[in-house]
Write a protein that binds this ligand. Structure first.
Ligand code: BEZ
Length: 222
């Protein structure tokens, strides 16, 4: 039986070289000093994938504002991607300018364990297993910080991808965590590692709901 890498939160993002719609890349060079969202699609010219890529293309300025690069992947050739990008613009109004990796041989999909193990019918014309809808959030140190996995049937939520980036970046900056359904501007949780004395200094007026649940606003966050 084939073995697959185990990528967990905190794993180093595997490097690879690949052909993309914007040219050949070395993935770690592509990441550089940025945050990166690597997201996969099952197949070109398919309905859900088309809506997803259009949405990510329209939101690209919001990712750029946060210092985040987008890079897609689909288990087809780069030539096929170029044709599909035209359709995406026509159908959604989203112009994809970030790279889409051509991964018809599943080299990157295997390295990132993006292969569909659940739906045996999710195969291409040669019977090769398709990729699922994975999202890898990779920080500038090339550490994987969040992994999402959706089946082919279910389109992702682009706002949730942005929300996760906001939570991760805010947590790195302020020693806070974010509660259920948090959105930027809402109160946040003082990280458990922060003592009450430190919290008084860094988060004046913070509220002790329970000794283990301390809330604060972050007035400087827009
Ligand atoms: C879709 O994007 O709609 C799709 C892709 C692969 C299999 C099924 C649906």
């Amino acid at each position: 039986m084939a073995t697959f890498p185990t990528l967990r939160l905190g794993s180093k993002a595997p490097n690879f070289q690949a052909e993309t719609t914007t040219g050949k890349i070395d993935f770690h060079e592509f990441i550089g000093d940025s945050w990166t969202i690597l997201f996969s699609h099952p197949d070109d010219f398919t309905p859900v994938c088309t809506t997803e890529l259009g949405a990510f293309a329209k939101l690209e300025p919001d990712f750029t504002k946060r210092g985040v690069k987008l890079i897609g992947l689909s288990a087809n050739s780069v030539e096929s991607h170029h044709g599909w990008v035209g359709d995406i613009a026509e159908v959604t109004g989203g112009h994809v300018s970030f790279p889409i990796i051509g991964d018809k041989d599943r080299q990157v999909a295997l390295a990132y364990d993006m292969i569909d193990h659940q739906d045996a019918t999710n195969v291409d014309s040669k019977g090769m297993a398709m990729t699922i809808r994975s999202v890898f959030f990779i920080d500038p140190k090339k550490t994987i910080r969040t992994i999402l996995a959706y089946p082919a049937s279910t389109g992702r939520n682009a706002s949730e991808v942005l929300r996760i980036i906001d939570s991760l970046q805010l947590g790195d900056k302020h020693r806070i965590t974010t509660p259920i359904d948090w959105v930027p501007g809402d109160d946040v949780i003082v990280a458990p590692s922060v003592t009450d004395e430190e919290a008084e200094k860094h988060f004046p007026g913070f509220r002790i709901v329970k000794p283990y649940l301390r809330m604060t606003s972050l007035p400087e966050v827009d």
